[in-house]
Structure formats: C-alpha cells, structure tokens
Design a protein around this ligand. Structure first.
Ligand code: ADP
Ligand code: GLC
Length: 486
C-alpha cells in the first residue's frame, strides 16, 4: 500500500507565493509522487487558490473548529498536474485582499493565530480516527514552518492521531508567538502551556509547538540543521533544537525543472542550455532594453531578486554599489520589503540612469529574466536556511556570489585553484559577512569575468551541469517517512 502523506503549507506555487516556501511546496510533493507516495496538500482557501484550482469540489464540512465553529473542505488539483489539494474554505479567515500573512500595507493580520490555528487543527483532524474523510487517512502529516506548527500539538493532545508528524523548518526567524489568551481560544489544553510544551517566554509559540510535538524534524539544508542549534541562528530555540540535535535531518531543497530551466523557460525571450549559450546573450540584451540599461554585451550585469530584509544582507552591498557602477558594472534589482532599503536602492538607480535599475514589487516573469540575463547573482544573506535563488543562478549560468551560510554554503563552491581543477567551482563565496567581504568577492568574480573568459565559461558550465533536481532530496524525505511508520 502506498504511503499516504498530508503535506500542509501556507503557500504553494503557482497558487500563491511570497517566497521559497511556495516553490518547495509546489515541487516537492510532485517529486514524492514520482517515488510512489500518495500525497495531498492541505492549504488555506485564499482567493487566488480558489480561483486557480481545477475540478474544485466540496468534500465535507469540518466541525468543532476553534473560534469559527466550522469550515468547508474542498478538493481540487493544480492545473496540468495530478497534485491533489485540500483547500479550507473559510471566507471570514482567508478571503480578503492582501497577502497570505499581512494586509496590503504589510501589517500582519491580527487574526493570524486563528487563521493558522485552524489550518493546523484541520490537518490534525484529517489525521485523526474521527476524520470525516474516511477513504483517505494519512500515515504522515508533513508540516512546514510556524503556520502549521500547532498541527503536531493538536495531533498528540486533542485529536489522538495515529499518524506521525514531521515539521520542516524553512526559517527560524518567523515563529508565530502570540499572547497566552490564544491557548484557550485555540482549544489547546492549558497543561501544554509550559516549557515542556508550546510556551515560549510567556507566549504561545506555534513553531516551538511544532518542534516539541513533531515526531521528526527536518530543515532545508544540512548546514542549517547544524547552525540552528547555535545561539547565532536558533532565534532562541537553539536549546530545544539541540536536545533533538541528532534527529534533525538537513535535506537540501531541489528546484523544479519545469519551472526553472533556461532550456524551456516561458518567461524568456530566448532559451539556452549548457551546449548552446547564445540565447543568454539575447536575454541580456533584451533585459537591458526592458530595464532602460545601456545595451552593452560586455558590461558585467549584476542581478538581485530578493526580499529586502536583514536576513538577505543586501545592506552590505550599498556602501560599494556606486564603486561597482563606476567600474563599469550594471545592476538590476527586483525586490521589496524594508522601506529604507527600498529607498536606498531606488536612490542609486535614480543617480545612475542606464547603469542601475531597481524594480520594487513582486514580478515573477521579471525574476526569471533577471536570473537569465545577468552575468552574476548577488546573495550575501546573513543566514539562509536553503535559498533557491542561488540555485536558479547556477541553473541559468549566472554564477552566484554568496555568504558562507546555510544552503548557500551547501550549494555554492568557491572558485579557487583546487575547485577549478576538480571542476566543482560554480560561484564565489565571501570570506566574511561584511561590506568589505562582499566587495572583495565581487571584485574577484569581476576579474575572472573580464580577463579569463575560459575560466568563466568553466564556472558557468560547472553550475549548469550540477544536479539541482529533487531526485536525491525527495528520496531522503521518503526515507524519513518510512523510518517513522515502520
Ligand atoms: P526566501 O524564501 O527566503 O525569500 P528563497 O531564495 O528560498 O528565499 O526563495 C525566494 C523565491 O521568491 C524565489 O523563487 C524568488 O525568485 C522569489 N522572489 C523573491 N522576491 C521576488 C520578487 N520581488 N518578485 C518575484 N519573485 C521573487
Ligand atoms: C525560507 C528560507 C529560504 C528557503 C525557503 C524554502 O523562505 O528563507 O532559505 O530556501 O524557505 O525552503
């Protein structure tokens, strides 16, 4: 009998996306299906999800939900796939303008505890002996990040589930901590509000609940699995994580070859592959034209696609960006987030017409064009659980320049003599996480780009020929599931 897995996530590409979690939730389930896993996704019924799912039909009402009483469970599939998605229809929670976590102004929804408490509760109900869905009972509930962190707690404490739970940690910086009155509102037993439970510094912590009650824990790169057990990266949860240290599996994310592949990327004006790179030059030219940059095949074009937050370390680029433009580089940024960073980058663009372009906002097609049209991709994150953009850079022949942390360290191999000889060099790794460390790294890359074209081509080729697919990592998830149910 096939293993049944309920994959619970607050964002799933292409239905809704704010970052890498959506990419993973859109692609890992497909990879697991290919290994014979009978997997279904569970997610909130945001408007874009209800609109995009195909063959959407009601299955059953779900009763006894905290605060809202009941919701409707629907099922549909993602277009052109047979990935089945359970959707929670609860208009009062999910059908509103704005993002999945915050309103149009960027302020977190006040009722997030109930919005994601209900998501977690329904996951636990579907895995309980009393589930209203009798013909599909999961062996594993696979949770992702704090939004689903209460599911393992509900499974153990209120639903008496027979299924096992896994929580994957995609980012320790977001924990979902709320005042203690939510414990009662969410129908959690007050006994769980303790150090040995979901209490964290006097608050209810969704993420701690997941870490404490899940049967298995994974994170999205081997390096991050170690890092989060230290004070510098654990965001206060390093103690509880190191208690389960040896159990925490670090499994590097893969990328979706249908979506992120320069050979068949529908967002590009020309396609290319390692055997014929001529299309990349065309994409660069078209990108320069689209962004109002001077059309110049030789100007090194540096790209950024990112949330503009402390995590991503792009403030380390600001002190030296003008210097790089003065050295003849061009710069293309797409992103949004902290206002002071948005303004600082926009200022540089305004002062450097034809040389720097800054697009504030979210734009999926442009993100693909920047990835393909640039010569280098800059990602100096202070911490990076996995990071998908550096992997997209590798796949698109746009060597990444990264800080040595998390999944960046696990996927990017620095260019030096030894790594050129053994053909593993695929990008550039900063020696220290600082503005000086970043500029030194970019200058090292520029020197090779400008003066050693054969070496550059080798670096590009090494990245493009790397296996970045889910093939290997999906198997590791399967092994983790099997260890839990046998
Ligand atoms: P994180 O999830 O921490 O933001 P990742 O590198 O794992 O970082 O994933 C980011 C994802 O979000 C990538 O698919 C990237 O292309 C996308 N992305 C980030 N910012 C934007 C943007 N402004 N427009 C379009 N896509 C974006
Ligand atoms: C988070 C992390 C990012 C990771 C993504 C998917 O958003 O910040 O590093 O790639 O989750 O796992």
């Amino acid at each position: 009998m096939a293993m049944k897995v309920l994959f619970v996530s607050s964002e799933v590409f292409p239905l809704i996306k704010t970052g890498g979690l959506a990419d993973v939730s859109g692609s890992l389930p497909t990879a697991l299906q290919q290994l014979g896993v009978d997997i279904r996704i569970l997610m909130p019924g945001y408007p874009s999800v209800l609109q995009q799912l195909k063959n959407l039909q009601a299955i059953t009402p779900i009763h006894h939900l905290p605060h809202i009483g009941h919701a409707e469970l629907l099922i549909g599939n993602i277009e052109n796939t047979d990935t089945q998605v359970y959707v929670i229809q609860a208009p009062q929670l999910y059908e509103r303008d704005g993002g999945p976590y915050s309103d149009v102004r960027g302020d977190a929804w006040q009722d997030n505890p109930i919005r994601f408490g209900v998501l977690s509760k329904i996951a636990a109900i579907l895995a309980s002996p009393n589930s209203p869905v009798k013909n599909w009972q999961p062996h594993i509930v696979h949770c992702n990040d704090w939004q689903t962190g209460l599911a393992p707690a509900y499974m153990k404490l209120t639903e008496h589930s027979m299924a096992k739970s896994v929580i994957s940690l995609h980012n320790m910086a977001f924990q979902g901590c709320y005042p203690p009155h939510w414990v009662t509102t969410l129908g959690l037993p007050s006994a769980g509000f303790s150090i040995e439970g979901f209490e964290y510094h006097g608050q209810l912590s969704f993420l701690k609940a997941g870490i404490f009650y899940a049967d298995a824990i994974s994170t999205v790169s081997p390096r991050y699995a170690k890092e989060i057990q230290t004070a510098a990266f654990g965001f206060g949860l390093e103690g509880i994580l190191s208690k389960r240290g040896d159990e925490i599996k670090g499994i590097l994310n893969g990328i979706e070859p249908e979506e992120w592949n320069p050979k068949n990327d529908i967002h590009l004006p020309a396609n290319y592959h390692a055997g014929d790179m001529s299309g990349k030059a065309l994409v660069k030219q078209s990108l320069q034209s689209q962004l109002g940059l001077t059309i110049d095949a030789d100007a090194p074009l540096l790209g950024v696609v990112s949330r503009l937050t402390y995590q991503k370390g792009l403030d380390m680029l600001l002190p030296n960006l003008q210097k790089l433009l003065d050295l003849g580089c061009q710069f293309a940024l797409l992103g949004g987030g902290e206002k002071d960073l948005e303004h600082a980058f926009a200022d540089i663009a305004a002062k450097n017409p034809g040389k720097a372009s800054v697009t504030i906002g979210y734009n999926e097609p442009l993100s693909h064009r920047i990835m393909a049209g640039c010569d280098m991709f800059i990602m100096p994150s202070r911490f990076e659980p996995c990071g998908l953009n550096q992997m997209y850079g590798l796949a698109y022949g746009t060597p990444p320049i990264v800080n040595a942390t998390g999944g960046l360290a696990d996927s990017v191999t620095d260019t030096n003599t030894a790594h050129l000889e053994n053909k593993t060099a695929n990008g550039f790794v900063m020696v220290e996480a600082s503005a000086d460390g970043l500029i030194a790294c970019v200058l090292r890359a520029l020197e090779i780009f400008r003066n050693q074209p054969t070496t550059w081509a080798q670096i590009v080729h090494n990245g493009m020929s790397q296996d970045l697919s889910w093939k290997h990592s999906a198997k590791e998830y399967l092994v983790m599931y099997q260890a839990l149910v046998h």
